[in-house]
Design a protein around this ligand. Structure first.
Ligand SMILES: Cc1cc2nc3c(=O)[nH]c(=O)nc-3n(C[C@H](O)[C@H](O)[C@H](O)COP(=O)(O)OP(=O)(O)OC[C@H]3O[C@@H](n4cnc5c(N)ncnc54)[C@H](O)[C@@H]3O)c2cc1C
Ligand code: FES
Ligand code: FES
Length: 1342
C-alpha cells in the first residue's frame, strides 16, 4: 500500500497502568490469550471465545483529543484484537485491587454478599460493575442490570450479585413495584409469616456497615503518556504484519480510502464482533484487515432538517446515548424511529458487545437476525458512502440488505455515516422482537413496522414492514405493503395484511433455525401488536373518530413485568448458647470469595506453562454411525509445530476403561457411534498449531445403518442398555379395577448442558523419574482420573498423582469424559516425556461431553373423582447416547425418586436407558430426579384437570402425610414435608394471589398469569456404604496453625469453607488459624466422587473425626495449661512425642437397594421443600416472566446459611433454565447445533424472578448427619419446575378463554415457541402448516 512503507509497526498500549510495547504484534492475537499467556494476567477468564458469556470482561479506556474526554467501556477481551488497542488503556481485574495491596469495594462486596461460588464468572462480573461505577458512581438499578446483561453465571442464580451491586445504587430498599398499589414494604402480601413462636430469624446474610466506601479518587488514572500521544504526536498509519495476516490502521480518512483502493476485499474491522466470530467459528480468513479506529470523521453526529446523521464508527452504546438524548429534546412525533431503535438497543446483546460493536459494522454485516436493520429499512434511512472518487448516498433498503450489486457499496467505498430521518405527524414506527431469552440473545424473529397516514383520516399512505430471522437477511414485505396503501386502518385491513404478508414472507418447513410455525405465527402476531398500538394512538389523538380498544385487548401492548429485583432470604440464628467463636451456623463468606473477585484464585488453565509444554486437541467424529475407512494424518503431521497424533492404534490394549459395568472406549477404532466421539488427538507446540493441524486430519467414513437418534427410534429398534429396572409396590392391576377414572399420557423432556463456566481443563506433567506423573485437572473425581491414567500408562496408581485446587463449576459433568480425556492427554505426555495441556473450547466441550438425559415418560394413572390417585403405571425412557456412562444409575435414581412427595399406594415404574447415536449423556445436578419428578408432576396436573380441581389440591391430597413407607419400603416421616408445604402456602399468600391471578386473567386477553406450587422430597444418599466413605487428614504445626485436607472437591459449593468451619468448631480455634490447600490423591487416597449432595456431609464427618482424635490426644496438655495458645500446646505435644497429625474417617451411611426384591434403604435422609412461582406470559409472542418465587427448604441445621441459600437459589435458577429456555438442538443427522452461549441460552440476569423469597425451615435434629445438617447441592433444581407449571397454569387460562378443548400436551422446556403455539388463536390458525414427512426439518427432538 502506498504510504505504508514508512508506517509505524510498534504497538503501544497500557495494561493496569503498565506500558506494553509489542514489536511483533500478530493481528490474529486477541487480547484474552495475550493477557493470560503473555502478560500472565490470568484473572480474565475464557468462557466461550465468542462474546457470549462475559467471563473475559475488561475495561478499555480511550482518550479523545477532540472532546478532551476519556471513555471507559466494558469489552469482551476474547473479541478484541490486540492490534486495535494502540493508545488504549486496558484494566483487568488485577488492576483494580488485590489482596496484597488493597481490594476494591466492588471486589469486596461481591465476595461478602456471597456473589461468588465457583468464582469463574466473578472477575468478569467485577469488571462489568467496576466499569459502570467508573462512569456512574451511583448508578440506578436499570443501569446496574443493564451493565450485567452480558455476564453469565451458572452457579449463584444472580441474586447475591445483584445484592452486592445494589449496595452502590442510590435507592431505597424498596422493590419499586407498585402493582395494585402493593410493594414489598406493604406487609399484607410480602411480610413473611414468622416461624414457630420463640424462634429468631435473621434476614441478613451480610452486613453492609462493614463495606469499604467507594472512593473514585482512588481509581487507576488514565496514563498521561497516552493523552500526550493522542494530543501531540502526529497520527501515523500503523501496520502490523503477522505470520498470515496484515493489519493496517490508517491515520486519516484519506489514507483509509487509499487503503480501500489497494485492498478492496479487506474488511473494515471496527468492533470485530461480527468479523471476529466468523474468523473463529466459521474459519473465514482475511489476509488484510483495515482498522479505522482513530478516524474522527466516522464518529460524527449531525442534526439537520431531514434527520439525524450518525457516524458509522460510533458504538451501539454511543448511538443509544445519542438517541436517548434526542428523544428527550424533540417532540414525540419526530422521534418515532429513534424510539423504536432505542427499544431494540436496550436488549441487543450485552453491554460489552454494545460498547464494542459499531453502527456501521452492524449495518454492513447484514445479519439475518439484525435487530436494527429492519428498523433502519422501514425508517427510510440512507447510507452516506465515501470513496476516493467522492461521496454518494444509497438507501438502506431491501436491495442493499440482499447485497444486490447495484444497491450495495462498491469495493472501494466505505460507509461513513447513516442518516435517520425524523418521523412526521401521523407517522408511527414500532419495533418487535422475540428471542429465547429477553436479553443478550439473538432474535428468533424481529421486525420494524412503519405506517404513515398523511392526515387524521386513518387511510394508509405509506406502509413499510421488515422482518429479521425469517430469511437469509432482513426481509421486507414490500408487495404486501404496496397492496394495502389506500386502505383504512381497521380489522379488515389487518386480516388482509396478515394473509398478504404470510404469502410474501414465506418460510419453507426445512428453514434453517427451525421453529418454522412459531416464526410464521410471530410474523402476524407482531403485525397484530402494531395494529393495536397504532389504533390506540389514533384513538388518543382523535377520540371522536376512532373506536376504543376493549380493555381486555390492551394487554397485548404492555411489556411483561420488568420491575426491579427484590429478594428476601430468611434463616434461623444460631442457638444463643453456642460459643461466640464457633462459626458453624453462621453465614460465613466463601473461603475463596475475595480471591475469586480479585482474580487471584487459580484454576487449572491459570497455571503457568511448564518448560517445553505441549498442547493437545481432539479430532472428533463428524458422523453419527459410520465405519472409519481411513485416517490420513500426513498433512496434519507435516504442519509446523506438530509433534504427534495419538490414535487408537497407539493405545492398543489400553484403549478402554471400565467405570461401571461396561468399558468406555478412549479413542474410536474402526467404527464411530456418534458425532463428537473422540477419534484422535493432535499434540503440538501451541494451541494454535494443534488446532490448525486437527483441521487437516482427513478421515474417510462409510455411513452405517441404523442411525438411532431419538428415544422413539430406540424403542422401535429395541435399542437399550441392560438391564431394565422396575419398581413395584401394592397391586397396580387390581387398583385400576376400582378407580373412578383412568388417564393415559406422556411427556417429553429435553436434555440440558452443564454449562460450567470453566471448560474441561487438564495439565499432565511427567516427572521424569520413576515413571511418576502429576495430573492437574478440573474434575470431581481425582481417584478415577488416577485410576484411568494409571491403567492407560500401565503403571501402578502410586505413580500417578491427581491434584485439584478448585473447579470452575462441574454439576456432574467433570467425571467420566474428563477421565477419558485425561487418560489420552497423559498418554501423550508420557510418550513425549513433556508436559501436555488440554483445554476444551466451549463448542468442543458441549459437543463431546453431552449432559442431562432427555426423557420420555409414559403413564397410565387411575384415580378417584376427588383427586386421590390409587394406581400409577409408568415407564421412563432416557436417551443415554452411544455409551453407557452413568445412564443406568441415572435411570435407577429416577425410578427411586419418581414418587417425589406422593404416596402412590399402587405403583409400577419401569425404566429403560436407550442406546442411541448421540454423545453419551451423563450425570447432571439432580441425577434423574428432575426428569422423573417432572413426569410425576405432569401426571398429577393432568389428574387435577380431569377432576376439575386445582393441581395444588390434588398434590396435597396425595402427599405423604405422616410416618409412611416409600415404594422401596424405606420409612419416611413426612412431618417436615407438610410443614414446608404449609409455610410455602402462607409465605406466598397462595390463596390471595390465586384470586389475584384469576382476576388478572379475566381482565386481560393477551397476557395471562399463572401460579403453581410444587412440593419436594429429595432423597439424599448413594445407595451404597462404600460409595459414602470419606477421609480427612489434619495436621497441627508447631506454630499452632492447622492444615486440613479431605477428599471433597471445591467446585463452588463451598465445601472447603464448611470444612474449615467444622475444624474451627471441633478444635475451638478461629477459622483464620486453619488452612486448606486443595484436594490430592497424594494426601487422601481412594476418595469417592464429589457429587450427589453429600460432599460436605461425608467429608465433614471425616474432618470432625480427625479433629476429635487430635483434641483427645491434646486434652491432657490443654488441661495442664488452659490459658495457653495453640502454639504452646503444639510445642508441648511435640516435646512429649504426641503426634500432631490425624486421619479422620467416615465409613459411609448404611445403605442398600435390592432391585430383585424392590426394597432397600438406599438413602440416608430426605430434603423437603416447596416452591411457589407466579409467571406472566405474552400469548402473542410466547414470552414469559417469572414474577415471583417463594421457596421454603428444610435443611436441618444449616452449617452455613449463606452457602446453603446460595445452593438453593443457584439450583433453582438452573432448574428454571432446564424447564423453560435451555434447548439443545440436533440436526436430523445427529449433529449438535447448540455449541455455545450464542445458541444455547442459560438463564441470565433478566430471567431471575422479580421477587425471590427463600426461607429455611427452623432447624430439626437428625442425629446421623454432620451437626444435623442436610446436603443441598441438587434438590433446589427440581423446584424450577414450579415455573413450568405456573406457565402451564397461564396457558390453561388462555386456552379456556379461547374455547380450546382437549388435553394440554406440553414438552419441556417450555420455550417461547411452545408457549406461543399452545396459545391457540386466530393467528395460529391462519399460518400455513406443512404436512409431516413433506420436508426435512432443520432439527429433531431427541
Ligand atoms: C455475543 C454477541 C451477541 C449479539 N447479539 C446481537 C443481538 O442481540 N442483536 C443484533 O442485532 N445483533 C447482535 N449481535 C451482532 C452485532 O450487532 C454485530 O456483530 C455488530 O453490530 C457488528 O459491528 P462491529 O463493529 O463489531 O462489526 P465488525 O465485525 O467490525 O465488522 C463487520 C462488517 O462490517 C464491515 N464494516 C464495518 N464498518 C464499515 C464501514 N464503515 N464501511 C464499510 N464496511 C464496514 C466490515 O468490513 C465487516 O465486514 C451480537 C454479536 C455478538 C458477538
Ligand atoms: S470468553 Fe469472552 S465472552 Fe465468553
Ligand atoms: S460463580 Fe458464577 S459461574 Fe460459578
Amino acid at each position: 500500500m502506498a504510504g505504508t512503507q514508512d508506517a509505524a509497526t510498534e504497538l503501544l498500549f497500557y495494561v493496569n497502568g503498565r506500558k506494553v510495547i509489542e514489536k511483533n504484534a500478530d493481528p490474529e492475537t486477541m487480547l484474552l490469550p495475550y493477557l493470560r499467556k503473555k502478560l500472565r494476567f490470568t484473572g480474565t477468564k475464557y468462557g466461550c471465545g465468542g462474546g457470549g458469556c462475559g467471563a473475559c470482561t475488561v475495561m478499555i479506556s480511550r482518550y479523545n483529543p477532540i472532546t478532551k474526554s476519556i471513555r471507559h467501556y466494558p469489552a469482551n477481551a476474547c473479541l478484541v484484537p490486540i492490534c486495535s488497542l494502540y493508545g488504549a488503556a486496558v484494566t483487568t481485574v488485577e488492576g483494580i485491587g488485590s489482596t496484597s495491596t488493597r481490594i476494591h469495594p466492588v471486589q469486596e462486596r461481591i465476595a461478602k454478599c456471597h456473589g461468588t461460588q465457583c468464582g469463574f464468572c466473578t472477575p468478569g462480573m467485577v469488571m462489568s460493575m467496576y466499569t459502570l461505577l467508573r462512569n456512574h458512581p451511583e448508578p440506578s438499578l436499570d443501569q446496574l442490570t443493564d451493565a450485567l446483561s452480558g455476564n453469565l453465571c451458572r452457579c449463584t442464580g444472580y441474586r447475591p450479585i445483584i445484592d452486592a451491586c445494589k449496595s452502590f445504587c442510590k435507592t431505597t430498599d424498596c422493590c419499586q413495584s407498585k402493582e395494585n398499589g402493593v410493594c414489598c414494604l406493604d406487609e399484607e402480601i410480602n411480610e413473611l409469616p414468622g416461624f414457630e413462636e420463640g424462634s429468631k430469624t435473621c434476614p441478613k446474610l451480610f452486613s453492609e456497615e462493614a463495606f469499604l466506601p467507594l472512593d473514585p479518587t482512588q481509581e487507576l488514572i488514565f496514563p498521561p503518556e497516552l493523552m500526550i500521544i493522542a494530543e501531540k504526536q502526529p497520527q501515523r498509519t500503523r501496520v502490523f504484519g503477522g505470520e498470515r495476516m496484515t493489519w493496517i490502521s490508517p491515520a486519516t480518512l484519506k489514507e483509509l480510502l487509499e487503503a480501500k483502493v489497494n485492498y478492496p476485499q479487506a474488511p473494515i474491522v471496527m468492533g470485530n464482533t461480527s468479523v471476529g466470530p466468523e474468523v473463529k467459528f466459521k474459519g473465514i480468513f482475511h489476509p488484510v484487515i483495515l482498522f479505522p479506529g482513530s478516524i474522527a470523521e466516522l464518529s460524527v453526529v449531525k442534526h439537520a432538517d431531514n434527520g439525524l446523521t450518525v457516524g458509522a464508527g460510533l458504538s451501539l452504546a454511543q448511538v443509544k446515548e445519542i438517541l436517548s438524548d434526542v428523544v428527550q429534546k424533540l417532540p414525540e412525533e419526530k422521534t418515532q424511529t429513534f424510539r423504536a431503535l432505542l427499544k431494540h438497543l436496550g436488549t441487543l446483546a450485552g453491554s460489552q458487545i454494545r460498547n464494542m460493536a459499531t453502527l456501521g459494522g452492524h449495518i454492513m454485516s447484514r445479519h439475518l437476525d439484525s435487530d436494527l436493520n429492519p428498523l433502519l429499512a422501514v425508517g427510510n434511512c440512507t447510507l452516506n458512502l465515501l470513496s476516493k472518487d467522492g461521496e454518494r448516498q444509497i438507501p438502506l433498503n431491501e436491495q442493499f440488505l440482499r447485497k444486490c450489486s447495484e444497491a450495495d457499496l462498491k469495493p472501494k467505498e466505505i460507509l461513513i455515516s447513516v442518516n435517520i430521518p425524523y418521523s412526521r405527524k401521523w407517522e408511527f414506527v414500532s419495533a418487535f422482537r422475540q428471542a429465547q431469552r429477553r436479553q443478550n440473545a439473538l432474535a428468533i424473529v424481529n421486525s420494524g413496522m412503519r405506517v404513515f397516514f398523511g392526515g387524521g383520516d386513518g387511510i394508509i399512505r405509506e406502509l413499510s414492514i421488515s422482518y429479521g430471522g425469517v430469511g437469509p437477511t432482513t426481509i421486507c414485505a414490500k408487495n404486501a405493503c404496496q397492496k394495502l396503501i389506500g386502505r383504512p386502518w381497521n380489522e379488515e385491513m389487518l386480516d388482509a395484511a396478515c394473509r398478504l404478508i404470510l404469502d410474501e414472507v414465506s418460510l419453507p418447513g426445512s428453514a434453517p433455525g427451525g421453529k418454522v410455525e412459531f416464526k410464521r405465527t410471530l410474523i402476524i402476531s407482531f403485525l397484530f401488536k402494531f395494529y393495536l398500538e397504532v389504533s390506540q394512538i389514533l384513538k388518543r389523538l382523535d377520540p371522536v373518530h376512532y373506536p376504543s380498544l376493549a380493555d381486555k385487548y390492551e394487554s397485548a401492548l404492555e411489556d411483561l413485568h420488568s420491575k426491579h429485583h427484590w429478594s428476601i432470604s430468611k434463616y434461623q440464628n444460631v442457638d444463643p448458647r453456642q460459643l461466640p467463636q464457633d462459626p458453624v451456623g453462621h453465614p460465613i463468606m466463601h473461603l475463596s470469595g475475595i480471591k475469586h473477585a480479585t482474580g487471584e484464585a487459580i484454576y487449572c488453565d491459570d497455571m503457568p506453562a511448564v518448560d517445553q509444554e505441549l498442547f493437545l486437541t481432539f479430532v472428533t467424529s463428524s458422523r453419527a454411525h459410520a465405519k472409519i475407512l481411513s485416517i490420513d494424518l500426513s498433512e496434519a503431521l507435516s504442519l509446523p509445530g506438530v509433534v504427534d497424533i495419538v490414535t487408537a492404534e497407539h493405545l492398543q490394549g489400553v484403549n478402554s476403561f471400565c467405570l461401571s459395568t461396561e468399558p468406555e472406549m478412549l479413542l474410536a477404532t474402526d467404527e464411530v457411534f456418534c458425532v463428537g466421539q473422540l477419534v484422535c488427538a493432535v499434540v503440538a507446540d501451541s494451541e494454535v498449531q494443534a488446532k490448525r493441524a486437527a483441521k487437516q486430519v482427513n478421515i474417510v467414513y462409510e455411513d452405517l445403518e441404523p442411525v438411532i437418534l431419538t428415544i422413539e427410534e430406540a424403542i422401535q429398534h429395541n435399542s437399550f442398555f441392560e438391564p431394565e429396572r422396575k419398581l413395584e409396590y401394592g397391586n397396580v392391576d387390581e387398583a385400576f379395577k376400582v378407580v373412578d377414572q383412568i388417564l393415559k399420557g406422556e411427556i417429553h423432556m429435553g436434555g440440558q448442558e452443564h454449562f460450567y463456566m470453566e471448560t474441561q481443563s487438564m495439565l499432565v506433567v511427567p516427572k521424569g523419574e520413576d515413571q511418576e506423573i502429576d495430573v492437574y485437572v478440573s474434575t470431581q473425581f481425582p481417584k478415577y482420573i488416577q485410576d484411568i491414567v494409571a491403567s492407560t500408562l500401565k503403571v501402578p496408581s502410586n505413580k500417578v498423582m491427581c491434584h485439584v485446587r478448585r473447579v470452575g463449576g462441574a454439576f456432574g459433568g467433570k467425571v467420566t469424559k474428563t477421565g477419558i480425556m485425561a487418560a489420552i492427554t497423559a498418554f501423550a505426555a508420557n510418550k513425549q516425556g513433556r508436559a501436555v495441556r488440554c483445554i476444551l473450547e466451549r463448542g468442543e466441550d458441549m459437543l463431546i461431553t453431552a449432559g442431562r438425559h432427555p426423557y420420555l415418560g409414559k403413564y397410565k394413572v387411575g384415580f378417584m373423582n376427588d383427586g386421590r390417585i390409587l394406581a400409577l403405571d409408568m415407564v421412563h425412557y432416557s436417551n443415554g447416547g452411544a455409551f453407557l456412562d452413568e445412564s443406568l444409575f441415572v435411570i435407577e435414581m429416577g425410578i427411586l425418586k419418581m414418587d417425589n412427595a406422593y404416596k402412590f399406594p399402587n405403583l409400577r415404574c419401569r425404566g429403560l436407558a436407550c442406546r442411541t447415536n448421540l454423545p453419551s449423556n451423563t450425570a447432571l445436578r439432580g441425577f434423574g430426579f428432575p426428569q422423573a419428578g417432572l413426569i410425576t408432576e405432569s401426571c398429577i396436573t393432568e389428574v387435577a384437570a380431569k377432576c376439575g380441581l386445582s393441581p395444588e389440591k390434588v398434590r396435597m391430597i396425595n402427599m405423604y402425610k405422616e410416618i409412611d413407607q416409600t415404594p422401596y419400603k424405606q420409612e419416611i416421616d413426612a412431618k417436615n414435608l407438610i410443614q414446608c408445604w404449609r409455610e410455602c402456602m402462607a409465605m406466598s399468600s397462595y390463596p390471595l394471589r390465586k384470586a389475584a391471578v384469576e382476576k388478572f386473567n379475566a381482565e386481560n386477553y393477551w397476557k395471562k398469569k399463572g401460579l403453581a406450587m410444587v412440593p419436594l422430597k429429595f432423597p439424599v444418599g448413594l445407595c451404597s456404604r462404600a460409595a459414602g466413605q470419606a477421609a480427612a487428614l489434619v495436621h497441627i504445626y508447631l506454630d499452632g496453625s492447622v492444615l486440613v485436607t479431605h477428599g471433597g472437591i471445591e467446585m463452588g459449593q463451598g465445601v472447603h469453607t464448611k470444612m474449615i468451619q467444622v475444624a474451627s468448631r471441633e478444635l475451638r480455634m478461629p477459622m483464620s488459624n486453619v488452612h486448606l490447600r486443595g484436594t490430592s490423591t497424594e494426601t487422601i487416597p481412594n476418595a469417592n466422587i464429589s457429587g450427589g449432595s453429600v460432599v460436605a456431609d461425608l467429608n465433614g464427618l471425616a474432618v470432625k473425626d480427625a479433629c476429635q482424635t487430635l483434641l483427645k490426644r491434646l486434652e491432657p496438655i490443654i488441661i495442664k495449661n488452659p490459658q495457653g495458645t495453640w502454639k504452646d500446646w503444639a510445642q508441648a505435644a511435640f516435646d512429649e512425642s504426641i503426634s500432631l497429625s490425624a486421619i479422620g474417617y467416615f465409613r459411609g451411611y448404611e445403605s442398600n437397594m435390592d432391585w430383585e426384591e424392590g426394597k432397600g434403604h438406599p438413602f440416608e435422609y430426605f430434603v423437603y421443600g416447596a416452591a411457589c412461582s407466579e409467571v406472566e406470559i405474552d400469548c402473542l409472542t410466547g414470552d414469559h416472566k417469572n414474577v415471583r418465587t417463594d421457596i421454603i427448604m428444610d435443611v436441618g441445621c444449616s452449617i452455613n446459611p449463606a452457602l446453603d441459600i446460595g445452593q438453593i437459589e443457584g439450583a433453582f435458577i438452573q432448574g428454571m433454565g432446564l424447564y423453560t429456555i435451555e434447548e439443545l438442538n440436533y440436526s436430523p443427522k445427529g449433529v449438535l447445533y447448540t455449541r455455545g452461549p450464542n445458541q444455547y441460552k442459560i438463564p441470565a440476569i433478566c430471567d431471575i424472578p422479580t421477587e425471590l423469597h427463600v426461607s429455611l425451615l427452623p432447624p430439626s435434629q437428625n442425629s446421623n448427619t454432620l451437626y444435623s445438617s442436610k446436603g443441598l447441592g441438587e434438590s433446589g433444581l427440581f423446584l424450577g419446575c414450579s415455573v413450568f407449571f405456573a406457565i402451564r397454569d397461564a396457558l390453561s387460562a388462555a386456552r379456556q378463554e379461547r374455547g380450546v378443548s382437549g388435553q394440554l400436551k406440553l414438552s419441556s422446556p417450555l420455550t417461547p415457541e411452545r408457549i406461543r403455539m399452545a396459545c391457540e388463536d386466530k393467528f395460529t390458525k391462519m399460518i400455513p402448516r406443512d404436512a409431516p414427512g413433506s420436508y426435512v426439518p432443520w432439527n429433531i427432538p431427541v
